[in-house]
Design a protein around this ligand. Sequence first.
Ligand code: ATP
Length: 312
Amino acid sequence: MNNDYAIESHGLTRRFGAFTAVDHIDLRVPRAQIYGFLGPNGSGKSTTIRMLCGLLTPSEGEARVLGHPVPGDADALKQQIGYMTQRFSLYEDLDVEENLGFIADIYCLPRKTRRARIETQLERYDLIGQRRQRAGTMSGGQKQRLALAAATLHAPPLLFLDEPTSAVDPQSRRDFWEALFALVAEGTTILVSTHYMDEAERCHRLAILQRGRIVADGTPTQLYAGMEALVVEVETDAPGPARAALDGLAPILSVTQLGVRLRVLVAKAVEDAPELVRSALVAAGVEARVQPVHPSLEDVFVLATDSDGAEP
Ligand SMILES: Nc1ncnc2c1ncn2[C@@H]1O[C@H](COP(=O)(O)OP(=O)(O)OP(=O)(O)O)[C@@H](O)[C@H]1O
């Protein structure tokens, strides 16, 4: 395995009884980048992350995280990683500073530096005003900032974030991502799982998971370039009839309705995709504006999985 990667895995597999939750996953996560796991509920994101953290033993396959084989070297690894889950896992009855003090004890931060380190985190994550507030009484965004401050208290070079933004509003999500980019600029590697397309689009690289398998991976640009489809947008007052006219035509791979617009994925081999769509609509007597558009990550997701375009 290669040291340029913060995480490498080969054939990583986890079974629960007869059910395979993670099915032969090969990963290469470059250092100082944000690597995303995008996938629907139950696709194996959390199980993979838990194996990579050394919290769960793989049924098969191997992984090396920051050079440590897991789970064999999990104890040494734990000091070098931060882990934050979708559930708030700090103590609701402790105040902000007490929570950070408790985490400092867990990571055995030296007495000399821990006070300064906690102050730095309080300032960095805008928690100075909340230092005496009990965690249980904080807003979703504040709890999330506290969880990130705790997960990075010991300045780990690698951070695992399992759906960290599922409980916060859009502004807090944006602020959170700014905080992640600041960490990456300092050299931290981040592996983050998400349901959100816009978040996945911000990752340097990502893997799309379905039923425990990676069905596509690469940089967003590579994923767009690798698509076996062109995207055509149809704007019409009659989306139902338009959809009926297009659904089932052989070169049309998928039709997704977004209000009065349809997003149509047409096989790449078709020479003039907009014309194909236009003439199918004319033949059905549907008036519409048809234009080629740039693919989105949602289009990549729809093609790579058997999703109907719903949010994963
Ligand atoms: N301890 C367990 N015992 C049995 N089945 C499990 C266990 N942990 C996970 N699973 C199953 O493995 C599959 C993958 O779960 P996992 O939590 O990894 O998915 P996920 O992509 O993280 O989904 P979510 O977004 O819902 O967290 C699911 O079908 C889940 O029910």
